[in-house]
Structures are given as C-alpha cells and as structure tokens.
Design a protein around this ligand. Structure first.
Ligand SMILES: [Zn+2]
Length: 543
C-alpha cells in the first residue's frame, strides 16, 4: 500500500533559515492541497507558523519565500482540511466500548451467545449491551425477553438497539425500574404481548431505566474517549459535533482539554436540562481551547427502525401507528426561547415528516428575530416534499448522515411505503434548497469511516456496494459537495468557519495527508490518513 514511503522523508534543513526566506515552523510541499476555498483551488505547498496557515500556493512560490527546519515532501498525495463528523456521539461510543458489544449480531441466538460469554468473562452484576439490530436477522421482528429471563432471572440486563432508541431489558430490570404493564409513558412505548411486558422499551420509556444504570468511573470513560480519538484521527477526522451531552459531561471534556489530551475539535451540543439552561444563561457562548458550547440538542422524535419516528400518516407496516414526539411542542418552544435569549443554536433530531414540519415552524419564528440563527435539523430523514424549500426560506441548516440512507434501504420502503420515499434521504434536493449540508455519521449508530459516508452520499451504496444502482440514486450528491459537508459547511454549521474547514491564510493548520487518492468509485475503496495534523502539530502518522 505504501509504495512511496521514501517520498515522505521529513527533511531537517538545519541551516536553511540562515540563507533564505522567512522562517516558519513547517512547510508541506509537493502535494495536492485541496484548499476547499471559495474557488476550490488546489495548490502544491503551504507554510505554517504558530499552528496557523501563513500561505498556500504553488511549489516554487512557497519554497522560495519560506524556510523551515521541518519540511514534508508529500509525494503528490492529496491533502484536505481535517474532516469533521457533524453529528456523532463520542460518549455513547465510549459507553459501547465499556459495555457488551452487540453490533453486527446476525441473529438473536448470536446475541444470546455474546451475552453469555460476556457474563462468564466479566461476572458483572448488571449487564449493559449495545448495538443489536433486528433488521439484520431472518425474522426481522423485534425481540422479547423470554430467553433472557430464563437464563438471568436475577441479574439486571439492559441491551440497547443500535440506534439507542429502543432497549431490551429482562424482567429483573423491569422490576427494579418499577415498570409494569400499567405504567404510562408519554413520548415512548412499553411493548406488551397478551397484556404482559415483552421487555422492549421505546424512546421515553427508557428514561426510568437510565436512572438506575450503573455508572463508569471518570477515568474509565476518559480512557475510552482517548481510544476513540486515536481511531478518528486515523480516518482524518479532526473534529466532532457531539450531539447531546449532560451537564456533568462538560467537566469531563474540559478536564481532557485542559490536560491537553483531547486534541480534536469538539462542538458539544447540550441536552436541554435545567442545569444546562443555567449554563447557557450564565456562560453565554462558550469556548475553551478546542471545546465550543453554544447549542442545544433536542430529541424531536424517535427512530424509524423502532417505529418511533413521528409521521403524518400511519406507518405502512404498523396499523394505526404514527410514532410520537419525544419532546412536547411546548417544551420545544421553551428551548427556542432559551436559544433566543442566549444566542445558542437549536439542533433538533427530526426523522419523521410530522416532526420535520413542526420544527420548521418553530425555526420560522427564530428566523424572524435573527437571520443568522443557523438552527439545525439533525437527520432530516423523511420530509414532506413540499417542506423542502423551507430550509432556504427559514434559514434552517440541514445536518445529514448519508450512511443512514444505505443502512435503512433494506427495510425503509416497507416501513413508509413508496410514496413517502420521494422526500426520504433527499440530500440532493435539500442541498439545492439551502446550499449547504453538514455531514456526519451519527456514530456509534453507523461506522465512523468518512469514506463510507462518501460512498453512501455519492454512490448511494453501502460497504457491500448494494444496491447495484444506488438507493434513490437521484438524490446522490457530488464528491466535492460531500467533502464540503465534512469540512467548510460543517464549520459553518458550528459557527467556526473563520477558523476551520478550509486551508487558507490565517486558518488553523488542521489538515490530513491521505494514504490514497480521495475519490469516489462504484466499489467502496478504503482510505486512511497518512498523517494528520491539528494546529500544525502532527498527531498521527502511519509510520
Ligand atoms: Zn444522534
């Protein structure tokens, strides 16, 4: 793979500064530097000082003008601004690493095998797992807890579905959480069969469980976060919009940042709790080094996979079932008023067409007060086609995850019918309306690999290259636009466009030299960072 390692020698020109040019900290040259500036310039070289880009330009221009003790010959490789995942969950992925991993279980039996092995290995008194997805199983029906109860009548067990919008728990845990067939929950569902709980809890029905889950220590979580950071930078990801954190988590991130351990840029959205409202009112728009806090993440509805997304007409595969809002309209309006007061951005998870319409109306009011509110709709999955122009009309920033489209393609038509597919995962139409997209993965729901995102956005295919002609291929976007969505548009979506997102004079020297050419081909081609730099510092190298 690395046929031209020799080309990547870092040359230390010890005395060069005495002879020529302005001294800088780092010169990168012989590269294809995709600046992602307005005109999409590609240059050969750039000079870096104090973590910022001093100049980008043709090879000779940069090499004649500047000198440095550290020069990198990039061997003609592609360089891009560091990618941002505009919607991810570092903390959930950290939890997943610390818990029983159920991703890619191909049957319920496999889930049971993994559960037993984990219990035998760890002897945990309370088991939490995450990642099952019934759509990968033969039957594709939602599981129940019968088998788990037989094996584990005492040990509480909580197994999250891949999307985090449903859990399967055993009777021992239902009892502990005081949930039974008579419990009433708004914005959620306790599944029953023959009048008895099946152990499946959807959306807000999970809340009583959350209160009694055992907590990991700060050290355990921080170690998992740093492990995730290592994985992210290997893919060239240097920033994450962390979609929803609790008040306690702010301190956790701050500790890592003050200790200079967390290198990536974290744009953290606050969950709308009273404590977080107080934080916003007291601190206002907040920045501590590479941590920014100036937004709220609102859960508008559930997920399609667990029939929780709120639709205008009933689900095609569940009679009289519409899904539901998980945050009431009143409370959403209250969050909007806090945003108006504090200058915070409102970022709402909207999957179903009913939720999208309702949230457009809330944002309409914000837009009348401030045209640059950049309120975001996260996911924008099923949109009533007549609402698509509202992104432009009300200044609503769309934040989408192309891998969701190619994961859901296996079952979504059955869920919502062919008619509603017209406004489903309609990234090209949405882009045509607003002119920008913030692009992410929603990890750990999907893989963090940005090249899977590119494959899904451009080819509309999953890692197995299906479907052959792409899923709803008329909604594919170009490679250029997809990369903009992970760089400069993600920077706009987080009010950081003056600092991040393109390689231009005065911006952060946060960039990635990629191992292979960055392109989109009909078959998925893996690609990785060869070197990743944040603020002029090399934080990852293949060697
Ligand atoms: Zn999410």
């Amino acid at each position: 793979m690395i046929q031209n390692t020799i080309l990547f020698s870092i040359v230390f020109l010890l005395f060069s500064s005495c002879f020529k040019g302005k001294h800088v900290e780092l010169i990168v040259h012989n590269a294809q530097i995709h600046t992602i500036d307005e005109a999409n310039h590609i240059y050969d070289a750039m000079a870096i000082k104090n973590g910022k880009i001093i100049e980008v330009g043709p090879e000779r221009q940069i090499l004649n003008k500047y000198s440095s003790d550290q020069e990198i010959d990039a061997g003609g490789k592609d360089i891009f601004p560091g990618f941002t995942d505009a919607h991810g969950h570092i903390l959930s992925l950290a939890q997943q690493k610390l818990n029983l991993d159920l991703t890619n279980c191909l049957s319920f039996d496999e889930l049971m095998v993994r559960l037993e092995k984990y219990e035998q290995k760890t002897h945990k008194k309370f088991i939490i797992g995450r990642g099952w997805d019934q759509s990968l199983w033969n039957q594709q029906t939602m599981p129940n807890n019968d088998k788990i109860n037989l094996l584990y009548p005492q040990t509480p067990i909580c197994l999250y579905r891949i999307d985090g919008h449903a859990v399967l728990v055993n009777d021992a845990l239902l009892k502990l959480a005081k949930i039974n067939e008579h419990t009433k929950i708004e914005g959620g569902q306790i599944e029953l069969k023959n009048g008895k709980c099946t152990g499946l809890l959807i959306d807000n029905a999970i809340l009583p469980i959350l209160k009694i889950l055992p907590k990991y220590t700060t050290t355990e979580i921080q170690e998992a976060i740093l492990e995730i950071q290592d994985e992210l930078v290997q893919y060239g990801i240097t920033g994450v919009h962390e979609a929803g954190i609790n008040n306690d988590d702010i301190a956790l991130f701050e500790k890592l940042i003050n200790a200079k351990k967390l290198k990536i840029n974290v744009y953290a959205m606050l969950n709308p709790s009273e404590k977080n409202f107080d934080f916003a009112k007291k601190k206002g728009i907040y920045k501590n080094k590479n941590l920014s806090i100036r937004s709220f993440k609102v859960m508008g509805d559930g997920a399609l996979g667990s029939h929780g997304a709120y639709l205008k007409k009933a689900y095609s595969d569940k009679i009289n079932h519409f899904g539901a809002l998980t945050t009431s309209e009143d409370f959403m309006n209250r969050i909007a008023s806090v945003c108006e007061l504090t200058g915070y951005q409102m970022n709402t998870h909207c999957i179903g067409d009913a939720t999208n319409s309702l949230v457009f109306n809330i944002y309409k009011k914000l837009n009348e007060i401030n045209k640059d509110h950049r309120s975001r709709i996260e996911h924008a999955q099923i949109i009533d086609p007549k609402d698509i122009t509202l992104f432009a009309e009300y200044g609503v920033f769309p934040s989408v995850q192309p891998t969701h489209a190619v994961s859901d393609q296996r079952w979504v038509e059955k869920r919502i019918g062919i008619e509603r597919l017209k406004g489903a995962y309609a990234y090209r139409s949405i882009l045509a309306s607003y002119g920008m997209l913030a692009i992410g993965t929603d990890f750990p729901v999907e893989n963090i690999d940005p090249f899977l995102t590119i494959h899904a956005a451009v080819q509309r295919k999953n890692i197995e290259n299906t479907p052959l002609n792409g899923f709803l291929p008329q909604e594919s976007i170009s490679l250029d636009d997809c990369i903009r969505g992970m760089t400069i548009w993600a920077a706009y979506a987080s009010f950081q466009e003056k600092q991040l997102g393109s390689l231009e004079k005065g911006k952060d020297a946060t960039f990635v030299i990629f191992e292979n050419k960055v392109e989109s081909t009909p078959n998925y081609q893996p690609n990785f960072a060869y070197m990743t730099f944040i603020n002029g510092q090399k934080i990852y190298s293949v060697e």
